[in-house]
Design a protein around this ligand. Structure first.
Ligand code: ISE
Length: 340
């Protein structure tokens, strides 16, 4: 079987990581192209990995040397680049968030429905993390009886960006918890409330960090979420499910009393230190990209689909409204069956 020729668009931190992943450890795939509006950055990476470089992402997407497109560009260009991939008939794995607002995410869903077959996967990599996947399987099988409550934790060491705003915690970080809640519970999120506790002095002035969010799922399950992006310690991400006859935790650090302290710990998982998501979810990313390449060879898509991307955008938009008002906000999704 001939290898899938992958082009990576956007070669910042995440895109460069994906480009290396495809070049070095994705079976059945070859990295043929990289693109970035910063043409010099694309050239440097392309030269190092033996791929053609482009300054124009749309040129890469149209290139005959690219069979499948991986988008690691910023969210505000996703709509245009996903639609260009659709027009070229190429499978596309788009990093989260799918787009920046619910209207554009819906346009992507509708555009895909007009294609002969689905082409879009959204990069919610946690679905491929072995522990998260195992927990989802247990919950779907109701191994401990019906799920009642979930508690999700998402901490990053720090955000050094002075442009950083409270809304970005919802759109860029909480969005993972949104997808995980839908993945674990298997229903939509009906309502979201974002609460802002006492803010850490380690965040930039005016940034509401940490944030606690409550999701009311359409089947009554409640999901609590803490997102804290300046926790000083490291990358700590976990999920606990509370069912009628038992509990289960994905991402549990270790046994015994577990503490982390800034400057001492790194954020531990299974006794291993993690600095950020590329390490903690490295295996998840590898499995995600491998599964995407294999699906592409069969004309299929895997992982989160266009609808999942749209639903996540809609929940985050409601979350941003809740962040502003402090009130609980209902999430209104279009009727899936009535889509053209
Ligand atoms: C970042 O954009 C990611 O997607 C990471 O997975 C997440 O942990 C981080 O909070 C986001 O900023």
């Amino acid at each position: 079987m001939t290898a899938v020729r992958v082009g990576v668009v956007g070669v910042g931190m995440m895109g460069a990581d994906h480009a290396e992943r495809i070049a070095a450890r994705t079976a059945g795939a070859v990295l043929t192209a990289v693109a970035d509006p910063d043409a010099a950055r694309a050239r440097e990476l392309g030269d190092r990995l033996g791929a053609t470089s482009y300054g124009d992402p749309l040129e890469l997407i149209a290139s005959p040397e690219v069979d499948a497109v991986l988008l690691a560009s910023p969210g505000f260009v996703h709509e245009e680049q996903v639609l260009a991939s659709f027009a070229a008939g190429k499978p596309v794995l788009c990093e989260k968030p799918l787009t920046m607002d619910v209207e554009s995410s819906l346009r992507v869903v509708e555009a895909e429905r007009r294609l002969p077959r689905p082409l879009l996967s959204v990069g919610f990599m946690r679905r491929f993390d072995p522990e998260y996947a195992q927990l989802q399987g247990m919950l779907a099988a109701e191994a401990f009886g019906p799920l009642l409550v979930m508690h999700q934790t998402h901490r990053n060491r720090s955000v050094p960006n002075p442009e950083f705003r409270s809304e970005m915690i919802v759109r860029d970080s909480l969005v993972h918890e949104v997808d995980c809640a839908r993945f674990f519970v298997g229903t939509e999120i009906a309502e979201i409330q974002v609460i802002t506790p006492r803010a850490t002095s380690k965040a930039f002035e005016g940034v509401a960090d940490p944030q606690v969010s409550i999701f009311r799922m359409s089947n009554g399950v409640v999901v609590t979420n803490e997102v804290f992006v300046n926790c000083q310690v490291g990358y700590e991400v976990r999920a606990e499910a509370v069912c009628e006859r038992g509990t289960a935790i994905a991402g549990r650090p270790q046994t015994g009393l577990y503490t982390t302290r800034a400057g001492e710990g790194e954020g531990y998982w299974g006794g291993v230190a993690f600095d950020d998501f590329r390490q903690r979810f490295g295996r998840g990313y590898d499995l995600e990209v491998q599964a995407w390449v294999e699906a592409a060879t069969k004309g299929e898509v895997v992982g989160a689909n266009a609808w999942d991307g749209y639903a996540a955008t809609a929940v985050c938009e409601a979350g941003m409204a809740s962040l502003a008002s402090g009130e609980s906000v209902s999430v209104a999704l279009v009727d899936r069956d009535s889509l053209s």
